[in-house]
Design a protein around this ligand. Structure first.
Ligand code: ADP
Ligand code: MG
Length: 277
């Protein structure tokens, strides 16, 4: 059995330490890494965008949203992307997560180009590499918390495979729900949970397939300041403990400060902002 932060809190201090603002209330398991052991190549960037351009059509007009975005994110980095509403933050996250393709430029995973792969290969890669969380959680209201977290595995595997491995998958889901501090809520429906709990559930769902990279689009946008801070602390803890690469879009400066590095999307390009603590 793993212990939660709350159980070990006073003797071990906060689980996270790389910024001074984090006096974590996040519930974090203390034992083994549950991500795959093989760490990939430490040297080059984990994920990159090279001269990425993207425009949308609005009637007769073409609106350029990304105008030559260059960014390198290293493995295990926690990066915040800030920028005004409509500056293209979600567009960039979608391109990096292979949900969409750039008009021009390249998206690379460990130096390998991904955006020009066949659709099926990209779909498989997306499912294997990325976890997504959003502002509005997108939990399925008719399912329990545990079922919501298991849903990605139900989709990924055949009914037979899922049934054969159901114990392993249940254990994995329970472990991750423990990690996000929700193991007392397994049978609850989303409507019986608070906003913070729903976002923790969405994080657990994003992690159940063991992604390498978590893409979070305004994950605290619908939460009060304190709960938003707790969710960001949880992300920071997961980043540190699991060496999970995290790209988080936010328009909240205090939230952005929790990351290792902040960049701003402005005029369709990326500019450095500041190194956080
Ligand atoms: P942000 O996330 O920074 O608020 P978005 O990436 O959502 O910005 O959007 C950037 C711009 O692109 C906005 O002007 C938005 O209206 C436009 N846009 C985004 N997605 C689409 C789409 N699928 N079709 C047309 N326009 C879009
Ligand atoms: Mg957006």
């Amino acid at each position: 059995m793993t212990k939660t932060m709350a159980e070990i809190g006073s003797t071990h201090g906060p689980a996270v330490s790389f910024t001074t603002q984090r006096t974590s209330s996040a519930s974090i398991a203390t034992q083994s890494r549950w991500l795959p052991a093989e760490g990939g190549h430490a040297s080059g960037p984990h994920i990159s965008a090279v001269a990425v351009e993207k425009a949308y059509r609005k009637g007769q007009h073409k609106v350029a949203v990304l105008r030559g975005v260059n960014i390198n994110v290293r493995r295990g980095e926690f990066l915040s992307i800030i920028g005004q509403s409509g500056s293209g933050k979600s567009t960039l996250l979608h391109l990096l997560g292979l949900l969409d393709c750039p008009d021009i430029g390249e998206v690379l995973l460990e130096g390998q180009r991904m955006d020009d792969l066949p659709v099926r290969t990209r779909d498989q890669l997306r499912n294997r590499v990325f976890g997504f969380i959003f502002q509005f959680y997108h939990l399925l209201p008719e399912l329990s918390l545990l079922e919501n977290v298991l849903a990605p595995l139900m989709i990924r595997y055949s009914a037979w495979e899922f049934w054969k491995r159901r114990r392993e998958f249940r254990d994995r889901a329970s472990e991750i729900l423990h990690l996000v501090g929700l193991d007392h809520r397994l049978k609850h429906r989303p409507s019986e949970m608070s906003g913070g709990e729903m976002q923790r559930a969405a994080i657990a769902r994003a992690l159940v397939a063991r992604p390498e990279i978590l893409l979070a689009d305004e994950p605290t946008g619908n939460l009060d300041a304190r709960t938003g801070q707790e969710i960001t602390e949880l992300l920071a803890s997961l980043n540190e403990r699991e060496q999970l690469t995290i790209l988080m879009v936010t328009h909240d400066d205090a939230i952005a400060q929790q990351a290792h590095r902040i960049v701003r999307l402005s005029e369709g390009q990326i500019e450095a902002v500041a190194a956080a603590a």
